[in-house]
Design a protein around this ligand. Structure first.
Ligand SMILES: [Fe+2]
Length: 133
């Protein structure tokens, strides 16, 4: 599949969140290339682990901003974060259990996993923070 391009359509209009999202998009693209080029399974596993860990770190960053600026949607947003991490960990565990590497279908899932949340909950958060920060 094609690379994900970070452009203004993915901007939540908060610089520090956009910076994190760009990094996550870069990691997604590294993973996408690794899968397309048939790189070693343990390398692909390492990239997926890095993507998940960076996402966990980024979610804590957003949650800190929500706390600092008194965001009312914090509980709902945090629940969505937890569900996203759970679904990525479930995919990772399934691949390990079945001794498989990431497929094109998994990549499509991860693309939506990443962009769906940015375009939904994060846009709402960005609008709020843009007014409060
Ligand atoms: Fe978020």
């Amino acid at each position: 599949m094609k690379d994900l391009i970070w452009d203004q359509s993915l901007s939540v209009q908060v610089q520090e969140i956009d910076d994190d999202h760009r990094k996550l998009v870069d990691l997604f693209n590294i993973l996408n290339h690794a899968v397309a080029e048939g790189d070693a399974k343990n390398y692909i596993e390492a990239v997926l682990e890095e993507l998940i860990c960076c996402t966990v770190w980024h979610f804590r960053h957003e949650e800190r901003l929500m706390l600092k600026y008194g965001y009312e949607g914090l509980v709902e947003h945090r629940t969505e974060h937890q569900e996203l991490i759970d679904s990525a960990r479930a995919l990772q565990q399934k691949l390990l259990r079945e001794n498989k590497t990431i497929s094109g279908e998994n990549i499509e899932f991860l693309e939506y996993w990443l962009t769906g949340h940015i375009l939904g909950a994060d846009m709402q958060l960005g609008t709020y923070l843009g007014e409060e920060m």
